[in-house]
Write a new protein. Structure first.
Length: 128
């Protein structure tokens, strides 16, 4: 680390900090952003000021912003070359969650179609 790097006070949120105070400030800023986004989510869900179908869009945008805050401030995911393994592990985790969700929806859809009461049985019940 050069002398110029040591004198530089600004450090990206996901980068390692050289002092405990700098790291603590980064966590407190992340906590502040997370609390603000959480409060905004509750406000968006409960306010009559927004157009009804726009509430879902607002919640999705706030959820994505919340994920970004957690990835950068708490999980320290950055675009640096030393973070390649962290990004790959995150991508693999997202892939697994996506596969489990899609597989569950697919199985439930097929079970609903294949295990329902047949039309002839329904007709028999209605005739009696």
């Amino acid at each position: 680390m050069t002398e110029q790097d040591r004198q530089r006070p600004d450090v990206a949120p996901g980068e390692p900090h050289d002092s405990l105070m700098s790291e603590t400030i980064s966590y407190v800023v992340g906590l502040g952003f997370a609390l603000i986004l959480t409060g905004l989510s509750f406000w968006v869900a409960s306010t009559p000021l927004l157009w009804g179908p726009g509430v879902a869009t607002g919640l999705v945008v706030l959820a994505i912003a919340q994920m970004g805050v957690h990835l950068v401030f708490f999980l320290h995911i950055t675009s640096g070359p030393d973070n390649a393994n962290n990004v790959l592990a995150l991508a693999f985790g997202v892939l697994i969650v996506f596969l489990v969700m899609i597989g569950t929806i697919w199985i439930m859809g097929h079970m609903n179609a294949n295990m329902g009461v047949g039309a002839d049985l329904m007709n028999l019940q209605m005739q009696h």
